[in-house]
Design a binder for this molecule. Structure first.
Ligand code: G6P
Ligand code: MG
Length: 214
């Protein structure tokens, strides 16, 4: 029986996946990489900031030192953080708030499990903090998805065994991470049909039967 649901953040609860894409594209163009596109960005979903940078840099020919790479990742994060300033509850994805409310009503615990170090700021801005029992994010972990660490930390904070948790994800790395952690999975988002989740839905408002999942 599912006693807790762990939600990825970007692209699951909030539309910040698009803001990540715009910030990476801006950086890529500045580096002379003009053909960075949405297909490349699909691989950045769920992946850490530094690993996402590598996906940009592999499209170019120039080699960068570790120090230069850190500066480039910081630059992208500055662009991204600027775009977060206008983030509001209107950016919560369809059905996300309703799903959190429904789970609370049923007595199912809720958490966020996100690689992002910006997760606390985002959750404040979109005002979902009161509907979440625990947060596990990029600030809590050292290994990124597909390593299950971020979800195992979330389960532990909830006081639940991994097999009693469902993970909701929009990324291949995230679905794999949940599976590696022994959790059930619900795939959502534009790639939901190709992620191989135990369940799938285009978004949280189109989940047909929560009874079947829980
Ligand atoms: C999420 C996003 C990734 C992002 C990662 C780190 O997993 O899906 O695209 O790279 O978080 O986010 P941060 O906000 O810390 O750069
Ligand atoms: Mg995501």
């Amino acid at each position: 029986m599912i006693r807790g649901v762990i939600f990825d953040l970007d692209g699951v609860l909030v539309s910040t996946d698009e803001l990540h894409y715009q910030a990476w594209k801006r950086l890529a163009n500045e580096l002379g990489i003009m053909d960075f596109g949405r297909k490349d960005n699909e691989r950045q979903r769920g992946v850490s900031r530094m690993a996402s940078l590598e996906i940009v840099l592999e499209k170019g020919t120039k080699k960068y030192t570790d120090e230069e790479k850190r500066a480039l990742a910081e630059k992208k994060n500055d662009y991204y953080k600027k775009s977060l300033q206008s983030l509001s509850p209107e950016d919560v994805l369809p059905g996300a708030k309703e799903a959190l409310e429904m789970l609370r009503e049923r007595g199912v615990l809720t958490a966020v499990g996100s690689a992002s170090k910006n997760a606390p700021e985002i959750l404040e801005r979109i005002e979902l903090m009161p509907l979440l029992d625990k947060i596990s994010c990029g600030l809590d972990i050292t290994r990124s998805k597909p390593d299950p660490e971020v979800f195992l930390v979330a389960a532990e904070k909830l006081g639940l065994a991994p097999e009693d948790c469902l993970v909701v994800e929009d990324s291949a790395a995230g679905i794999q991470a949940a599976r590696n952690g022994g959790m059930k999975t619900l795939a959502v988002g534009p790639l939901s049909g190709q992620l191989g989740g135990d369940f799938e839905a285009r978004n949280l408002s189109s989940v047909e039967n929560w009874d079947e999942i829980l």
